[in-house]
Design a protein around this ligand. Structure first.
Ligand SMILES: *[C@@H]1O[C@H](CO)[C@@H](O)[C@H](O)[C@H]1NC(C)=O
Ligand SMILES: *[C@@H]1O[C@H](CO)[C@@H](O)[C@H](O)[C@H]1NC(C)=O
Ligand SMILES: *[C@@H]1O[C@H](CO)[C@@H](O)[C@H](O)[C@H]1NC(C)=O
Ligand SMILES: *[C@@H]1O[C@H](CO)[C@@H](O)[C@H](O)[C@H]1NC(C)=O
Ligand SMILES: *[C@@H]1O[C@H](CO)[C@@H](O)[C@H](O)[C@H]1NC(C)=O
Length: 640
């Protein structure tokens, strides 16, 4: 027993150490200039400056690319023209969990390989696509080290197994009423109970340890319930065997010590999460599941050290300072009573929405400040945590966490209790969560499954009267919950003036492959927004059998959309959205396939056509007859 006490104290010590090295929001002086900007159809001055610098950097860089093309010959005057007014390019990465992250990573590597990744002015990501952005930023935009820290072998959330739920079920469920979600989920009987056993035990133990820690008295008097007995057993085992070499453990499923070891890791994982989130809560900020998910992402990327402010990470990166990096845009949706599906954007300079329902942005470094009617009363830095922002964009994965907690609760009183303990320690406690109605609880009563942004920077803003400004909090949700799933709309903002947008779509329309449905949704919305003549025509995706396709080739005032759907070129890349572990050969297969999607399996004619499409707007704006003749064939082949 004494040994087990020591072991417990050892865990607690580590836990307290962790507390001091994690970063959290801090109070700072408010600047003299306003923190809120009305969009007034303009991009902010910092973004203007960046794009200006980018275009200067781009000229010579693109020149190298255009000169490297095999069959397309731009004459020297045309090259000069392209240097003077280089195209503004963007890349949009869809949602789709690790499937999307891995596919897009391969796609990005291949873009880098042919020398055009650095030429992108913007890169937008949503849900699984936002994980790429987070990784890129943590790698200081070095594509060569992309995903090098991400441990895909180890699961995103420890103790939660892979299982297949169609993303559509969740999205459409969420779009109606929240409690529809639960009904539409996979029937319980389809998920083998055994896969939850470890998770269940670790929850119980994590709850127990957290409870003890919060009492701060070590082990106090407590009935010898089954849980306590289990904990004693666990601690004795880890004490006897855990101090030795790790490889003494056998990891196979049926090994008792193997499972104890993995249990130990799972518990430590959740305790760490709790301690990383706690400073934010201690400082009086509301925390939500999104904070935990965000810290789970940060644990994947060990190289963030103690700096995790999105704006700071980007601004201090050398590549960004030299205009070699694209501006990253994280996309989320809102969920406030009746007002839904308003797209929000996080860029390194600002957070807000272009849509007319808001039309406001707040300076990114000051997110989390108390601002009322546009006037700050207390200013904060460091609330713009990159893990939190990424988790906001991909908060559909919160629902999985909650869902599994609900599942595990249905058969075990102990787990039920453990969950309640954990949730109350996390500050998510809710009296509605008692045993009887835990099952029926609609996610509505658990507002904490949304990403909670409190304080709301747009609170009581004078000219806007709707749910986005009425409360001192904003609820944000997964960027894919409006059924769009491709972060395309922020790139079509006219003020951004893009010439071409590459899209890598790993949505799940059928068998975890896309069939253009999400793109179609967006094109319809764009048509409604721009009722004037100039808008994209909408293809019948059922009849297209050759990809990629380019949309809007002849619509001078719109960016060309160059759309690449995920497809099996060299690997069956239709893995489930909720597959959260990949072994090495699976990772390599997915990456290689992502590369092949962009290069069409290293087809050099295709790369030449990419060059034609990139140059199209710039050349036509000056003198269309300068377009090399060979490009005509490309436009015939790709333009819809
Ligand atoms: C990115 O590349 C630069 C130059 O090669 C290097 O100095 C820097 O350490 C790299 N950063 C990361 C996070 O790998
Ligand atoms: C982050 O780490 C650096 C040194 O590694 C230290 O100087 C700084 O105080 C730390 N910041 C915080 C907020 O802990
Ligand atoms: C992948 O696609 C094939 C058909 O192309 C389908 O049979 C299979 O079930 C799909 N796999 C997943 C995990 O969706
Ligand atoms: C990786 O997973 C695949 C199944 O997707 C399996 O066939 C293969 O044997 C695994 N490889 C290793 C090294 O575990
Ligand atoms: C446009 O380009 C063509 C072919 O390069 C050239 O002959 C013509 O003079 C150019 N026209 C103008 C107005 O520059």
């Amino acid at each position: 027993m004494k040994d087990s006490l020591l072991c417990l104290h050892f865990i607690l010590c580590i836990v307290y150490l962790i507390k001091f090295i994690s970063s959290s929001p801090t109070v700072v002086d408010c600047p003299a200039t306003s923190l809120i900007r009305e969009t007034k159809n303009e991009i902010c001055p910092e973004e203007q400056d960046y794009i200006h610098g980018k275009l200067t950097y781009l000229g010579p860089k693109l020149n190298t690319f255009f000169s490297s093309l095999k069959t397309v010959d731009f004459d020297s005057e045309t090259l000069e023209l392209l240097q003077k007014k280089p195209p503004i390019m963007g890349l949009a990465i869809s949602g789709g969990g690790y499937r999307s992250m891995l596919t897009a990573a391969g796609f990005v590597m291949e873009m880098d390989n042919i020398g055009i990744f650095d030429c992108l002015s913007y890169i937008s990501g949503l849900s699984g696509g936002s994980w790429i952005l987070m990784d890129l930023i943590s790698q200081e935009f070095n594509v060569s080290s992309l995903l090098s820290n991400w441990n895909l072998n180890d699961g995103l959330l420890k103790g939660i197994p892979d299982f297949d739920i169609h993303q559509n079920d969740i999205i459409s469920g969420m779009n109606e009423y929240n409690d529809v979600l639960v009904k539409r989920m996979v029937p319980l009987k389809d998920i083998p109970r055994s896969i939850f056993n470890n998770f269940e035990k670790s929850l119980q133990l994590a709850a127990f340890l957290l409870e003890k820690k919060d009492e701060q008295k070590g082990i106090s008097k407590r009935g010898i319930g089954p849980l306590t007995k289990f904990v004693d057993f666990f601690l004795q085992r880890t004490n006897n065997y855990g101090g030795g070499r790790e490889e003494d453990f056998d990891d196979s499923e049926d090994s008792l010590f193997g499972s104890i070891k993995s249990l130990h890791q799972v518990i430590q994982f959740y305790i760490d999460l709790h301690l990383n989130v706690r400073p934010k809560k201690t400082k009086g900020f509301t925390v939500s599941f999104t904070d935990y998910l965000g810290n789970a992402f940060k644990k994947q990327l060990g190289n963030l050290n103690n700096q995790s402010s999105f704006s700071k990470l980007v601004m201090t990166s050398t590549k960004f300072q030299n205009f070699e990096a694209p501006i990253p845009l994280f996309i989320a949706n809102c969920r406030n009573k009746h007002l839904r599906d308003v797209i929000f954007e996080f860029n390194p300079f600002e957070f807000g929405s272009w849509e007319s329902k808001l039309g406001l942005f707040v300076k990114m470094p000051y997110l989390g400040s108390n601002i009322e009617a546009g006037n700050p009363s207390r200013c904060i830095n460091g609330f713009d945590d990159i893990g939190f922002i990424t988790a906001t964009s991909s908060s559909i994965f919160n629902n999985i966490l909650i869902y599994i907690w609900q599942l595990t609760a249905q058969s075990s009183r102990e787990t039920m209790k453990a969950i309640k303990n954990i949730m109350s320690i996390f500050g998510l406690g809710n009296e509605k969560l008692d045993e009887e109605n835990f099952r029926q609880v609609s996610l509505n009563s658990l507002d904490t499954d949304y990403a909670v942004y409190q304080p709301n920077p747009f609170y009581n803003y004078p000219s806007i009267h709707n749910e986005l400004t009425q409360n001192d909090y904003l609820y944000l949700v997964d960027g894919g919950e409006d059924g769009e799933n491709i972060p395309l709309r922020p790139l079509t903002i006219p003020q951004r003036n893009l010439d071409i947008i590459f899209v890598i779509d790993s949505s799940s329309d059928e068998s975890n492959y896309p069939q253009g449905k999400k793109l179609k949704n967006i094109l319809y919305k764009l048509q409604n927004e721009h009722t004037d003549s100039d808008s994209y025509s909408i293809p019948n995706f059922d009849t297209i059998n050759q990809y990629p396709i380019a949309l809007g080739c002849n619509q001078q005032h719109l960016p060309i959309i160059f759309y690449y759907p995920n497809a099996p070129h060299s690997y069956n890349s239709n893995t489930s959205t909720f597959k959260i572990t990949y072994n090495e050969s699976e990772v390599n297969g997915m990456l290689q396939n992502g590369r092949s999607i962009f290069s069409l399996s290293s087809n050099s004619r295709h790369i030449d056509c990419v060059g034609c499409l990139i140059a199209k707007r710039s050349i036509e704006n000056v003198n269309a007859s300068r377009m090399p003749k060979i490009c005509t064939q490309c436009f015939d082949d790709y333009c819809f």
